[in-house]
Design a protein around this ligand. Structure first.
Ligand SMILES: C[C@H](O)[C@H](O)[C@H]1CNC2=NC(N)=NC(=O)C2=N1
Length: 120
């Protein structure tokens, strides 16, 4: 199985189908704690990350934002004291694309890195 965190997002301009439920559950099994949520009929993948203050939550928000710019695939980020909710979906397909799972895995790696900095 390919490591999602090492993959790159591909340009996606629509015209391709969103992932099927079987494809989604297969990819989701690689992402502990991430959930599929449907909003206005559009599936998204999301997870809330916890921090011990606002500054750490904001630093993580900026790290995820930088990854999104690098990969040209962008999340919804909701930042508050002690937590950041991150959600990905693909506007161009009206649902979930492999890019969303790649970004979720990269987000997870950024969180692991932030945690590592805190304890070392
Ligand atoms: C041309 C460019 O790839 C698109 O506008 C990208 C930019 N970032 C994006 N981010 C997300 N989450 N979904 C998209 O469909 C999307 N489209």
């Amino acid at each position: 199985m390919q490591d999602l965190a090492q993959m790159r997002c591909v340009p996606c301009r629509g015209g391709e189908p969103a992932l099927s439920d079987a494809e989604i559950s297969n990819l989701l099994s690689q992402l502990p704690g991430w959930q599929i949520v449907e909003v206005d009929g559009i599936k998204r993948i999301e997870k809330t990350f916890h921090f011990d203050n606002f500054a750490h939550a904001l630093a993580f928000t900026n790290a995820v934002g930088a990854l999104a710019e690098e990969q040209d695939h962008h999340p919804q980020l909701v930042t508050e004291w002690g937590q950041v909710k991150v959600a990905f979906w693909t506007h161009a397909v009206g649902g979930l694309h492999q890019n969303d799972f790649i970004m979720a895995a990269k987000t997870e790696a950024a969180f692991a890195q932030a945690e590592g900095r805190k304890t070392s």
